[in-house]
Structure formats: structure tokens, C-alpha cells
Design a protein around this ligand. Sequence first.
Ligand SMILES: Nc1nc2c(ncn2[C@@H]2O[C@H](COP(=O)(O)OP(=O)(O)O)[C@@H](O)[C@H]2O)c(=O)[nH]1
Ligand SMILES: [Mg+2]
Ligand SMILES: [Zn+2]
Length: 312
Amino acid sequence: MTGALGTVTRVDSRVCWVRCDDGALRKCSLRGRLFHSDSEARNPVAVGDRVELSAGEHEEEGRVEAVLPRRNKLSRPVAASAGRFEQVIVANVDCLAVVVAAAEPRLRPGLIDRYLIVAGRQRIEPVVVVNKIDLVDRAALAAALAVFHELGERLVYTSATRGDGLAELRQILAGKRTVFAGHSGVGKSALLSALVPGLDLETRRVSRKTDRGVHTTTRVTLFELEGGGALIDTPGVRALGLWRIEPEEVDAYFREITAAARQCRFRGCTHDHEPGCAVKAAVEAGAIDARRFASFRRIFVSLAEERRERGY
Ligand SMILES: Nc1nc2c(ncn2[C@@H]2O[C@H](COP(=O)(O)OP(=O)(O)O)[C@@H](O)[C@H]2O)c(=O)[nH]1
Ligand SMILES: [Mg+2]
Ligand SMILES: [Zn+2]
């Protein structure tokens, strides 16, 4: 089977599981050289990677010889590396399900803004999944998210526990490889369990006894769907995504800001202190949502700060 191809479904520190194109699931070691590439990534393979294998001693084993080029990826900076090194969380996905909770934990539209940047930049189709709708009043929730509807984003309202919206979500995800991302506790694992028959992921409540407060989903895992496609569960990844985005790039992913910025007096206007800023004028006139603008500024400033820390 030398030269066999497959897809990584799970990664441990020095081994990974690969679903080979012949259908077999193989536990694979990693060729040593893969750890010494000069890339900024600290992990040579990620879930979703297409890899080339050579045979191992046993039928169900192998060794990853090479990682094929990625069509997209979600990364985060490695903690304590001051933004120097990257950890690739997942590669080669079709769809990014941005999961937020309507409550518990409280709704954070700013997280949606951030993930929409990532999706736009990596050319991944986003879908915003608003879970736990059984806990809130629907009208208030719709008002809080109205801006995303106006922007033309796709939103699905779900309750993993009660079953609302699951049929719609299943339809959207059919045949696609979708990564579920969002804060810990919003219900990503519960949604996956509800969407895939027979899949029983541990959700937080179940594991509290043993987990000593550590989040349940500790590993990125890919689950294949019967009719094609796959769902990928991720742990609550806080800083996911805005890896090496230049602050000046950000307004391109806020489409209402992009549109207004064409009228700014100065090219390269950062919509902060510059006179003749059409974006700030639009915010003051109520044509641009004030929360979205504040979110844009926050992200801009934090990326500029990161770049300064990095030193280039
Ligand atoms: N009320 C309510 N609780 C939910 C819903 N979905 C998940 N939960 C609960 O929220 C907690 C966190 O869920 P979990 O799937 O572990 O979140 P994850 O960290 O995003 O994977 C668990 O106690 C779930 O039972 C929902 O739609 N409604
Ligand atoms: Mg989970
Ligand atoms: Zn401006």
C-alpha cells in the first residue's frame, strides 16, 4: 500500500488515525522528518489533512510520509509563543459552523464577527448555529441577531436537547465536511450527538464527575456521515482563527464597512481618528450597527498589538 492516500480523522501527540481511500482505518506514526519542516506550524498533521502513507508492520497500521497541500485551515497561535508559532486545528473543510448559545453561556455576537472573518479569509462557507433556543424568548433573540440577517448570513436556530432546527441543520450539512467551532459549553458536542445517530459524545454534564472542571472535548475529532461528508468536533478554542491576519485586512470582511469605506477621505483610513471618515459617519447615522463597528475596532486594535509583539 505504499503511496496510499487517506484523510486524518484524529491526532494524538505522535500518532494519528487515517481513513484510507480503500476504506480502512489505520493508526499511523509520523515520519520524523515531518517534525522538522521549516513551517511555522508546531503540529505537522491536523484533522482533515490528506496524507500519503507507507505500510506499517500490521494491516491496520501505517506511517504518514507526506501531507498534501491544504485548501484551507483553521489555526491558532501556540500559547506562550507570542504569536510566532501556529497550531493548525483542522484542514480542508467545506463549512464552518459557528456555534453560539442563545444563553448559558450568554450570547456573544462578537465571536460570530471573528469567525466570519476566518471563514471569509479561508473561503469556507459559514453557517451560524444559534443553539439553546429553548432557554430564551425568541423575539429578543432575533433582535440581537438582526444585523447578521441583514448582512445575508445564514443562521439556524437550534435546540440540541429539544430537537428544534436539527432537520434544517442536517440538510445544510449533508455531504459537506463541517467543523463545529465556538466557546466551550455552547452545545457543539450535544449538536453532533443529536445530528449523527449512534454517536454519543460526552457532553459537559456527563463528565463533570471525572473531569475536574476541564472541558470535555479535549481533542479535535472527525466523524464521518453516512451519506458522505463529516462533522468535526473541536474543544472550546478561544483564540481560534485570526492567525496572521493583518489589521488592515479586517475591514474587507465586514462588508458593510467595506462598502462605506469607499467614501472615506483617505485611502488606508483605519476609521479611528481620521477626518472625513465615512464609516464613522455611517455609524453615527445608524446605517452601520454600532456593535459591529465596535467589534471591528476591537479586532483591529488587538491584531495591531499582536503584530507589534511579534515584531514584524
Ligand atoms: N437547554 C439546553 N441545553 C443544552 C443544549 N445543547 C447543549 N446543552 C447543554 O449544554 C452543556 C454543554 O454542552 P456541550 O455539548 O458539552 O458543549 P460544548 O462544550 O460546546 O461541546 C451540556 O450540559 C448540554 O446538555 C440545548 O439546546 N438546550
Ligand atoms: Mg464539546
Ligand atoms: Zn474611514
